[in-house]
Design a protein around this ligand. Structure first.
Ligand SMILES: Cc1ncc(COP(=O)(O)O)c(C=O)c1O
Length: 411
């Protein structure tokens, strides 16, 4: 579903929209505000009168320091920051509807501190759902993911006091090993697990590999387990949907309930720009009635958070528009493909998911000098089996050419 909330705007339009939003927030200096425990940044340190600020909407939003506490898609939020919250709401809709194919206004979400928080938020909601709706005990719920999953899944299980299990993947194509999945689910059932929180991947950290939702769904149904599937798109959410490759990891698939995106990876936004998205009807499982001084209460893990982060994401996405973003991502993927072709020419083994900008190379097939000189990242610093290249904007054609030149010298 492409609802086209996502528009390409000129620099001037972006500036005006952000300044207008900031002006619609509370003004701590000009209004008689004496009750809110927040303010703009300390003017003795962060100069408010620097002339360049008139042309710098993001820096101005940092200085004005809006607090976006809470989840605004739920409808009732702190009124003091309604101006910039509107930009966050639009950002959430762009991500859910224009990127992840949700029907209009069917998702809740917020800008989280990062991918880790968004993944924990998902597991937290589903644990509470199972406990509140199915009377589940903690030891009847497991978090399940592949061996290639980011470690934040383990963090979530640890924090929430849930069993954590990883399923093997095939060492060559990085796909879930269905036999091991079967065995794992059988064992979980024997151990008394009744409910499973799956974290599926839209591009893993090390390999850029992409899971198939139905691999999990078929196996979970066959074992008659109740489950939710959360997609970790922290690495791939702003890449894979633009690759042209088919996939089953967004809201167009009825079994996907929530997704993590992360703008501080491929979108080059400031840190603090994870994005949590979930179908409507679920945030209530973590809405905290004890947060009574917060209008609308709080249903997020983080609490207070900077509204400038949402503005940064919105500004970047609006600068490109959907078409421009697609072109940018396809250029990066093509550059990754070029590296892959060079590796083929030199019989160097690697893994690259079709439509991904990550190329993971077998460590034993490439010289340590090349890996070190180009700062390739190992899967394990002590005993590397793989080293990876992540093609982003700074991985320019000339750097790729120098890398390929070094491969030629290896023969
Ligand atoms: C797939 C994936 N998920 C989650 C995370 C965690 O993101 P953050 O470091 O923003 O918390 C990462 C980080 O690299 C990641 O690659």
């Amino acid at each position: 579903m492409d609802t086209n909330v996502w528009k390409k705007l000129s620099r001037e339009e972006i500036k005006q929209r952000v300044f207008h939003a900031i002006d619609n927030n509370v003004n701590f200096i000009e209004s008689d505000v004496i009750g809110i425990p927040g303010s703009r940044l300390d003017p003795r340190v962060f100069y408010q009168d620097a002339p360049f600020l008139a042309d710098a909407p993001f820096l101005t939003s940092l200085i004005r320091n809006p607090n976006h506490i809470g989840c605004h898609t739920l409808g009732d939020s702190e009124p003091f920051f309604a101006g910039t919250q509107a930009i966050e709401l639009e950002t959430i809709r762009i991500c859910a509807e224009d990127i992840l194919r949700a029907e209009p206004n069917t998702t809740d979400g917020y800008v989280a501190s990062g991918g880790t928080e968004a993944n924990i938020q998902a597991a937290w909601i589903y644990r509470n759902y199972f406990q509140q709706e199915k009377n589940a005990k903690s030891d009847e719920i497991a978090v399940l993911c592949s061996t290639d999953n980011h470690y934040s899944a383990a963090k979530a299980a640890n924090l929430l006091n849930l069993r954590f299990v990883r399923v093997n993947v095939n060492d060559n194509n990085r796909k879930i090993d269905s036999i091991h999945l079967e065995q794992t689910l059988s064992q979980l059932k024997k151990d008394g697990i009744k409910h499973v929180i799956v974290i599926a991947n839209m591009m893993t950290t090390m390999f850029g590999s992409v899971d198939h939702t139905d691999t999990y769904v078929d196996a979970l149904k066959a074992h008659d387990l109740s489950y939710f599937i959360h997609v970790d798109g922290a690495y791939g959410g702003f890449v894979f949907p633009f690759s042209g490759e088919p996939h089953s990891l967004d809201f167009a698939h009825p079994e996907i309930t929530s997704v993590t995106l992360d703008a501080h990876k491929m979108v080059q936004a400031p840190y603090g720009t994870g994005i949590f998205l979930i179908r409507k009807g679920f945030m209530k499982y973590v809405r905290n009635s004890e947060a009574s001084y917060v209008k609308g209460l709080d249903a997020t893990l983080i609490g207070s958070r900077s509204g400038a982060n949402a503005i940064a994401i919105w500004m970047i996405l609006s600068t490109y528009g959907k078409q421009g973003w697609t072109e940018k991502i396809q250029t990066l993927i093509e550059r990754a493909n070029r590296i892959a072709r060079a590796l083929d020419n030199h019989n160097i083994r690697y893994f690259q998911e079709r439509g991904s900008n990550i190329v993971a190379i077998r460590a034993e097939d490439i010289s340590r000098d090349i890996a070190n000189d180009f700062h390739l990242v190992p899967d394990d610093h002590d005993n590397p089996q793989w080293v990876k290249i992540v093609v982003m904007e700074h991985v320019t054609d000339d750097k790729v050419e120098r890398f390929i030149e070094r491969l030629r010298g290896m023969q």
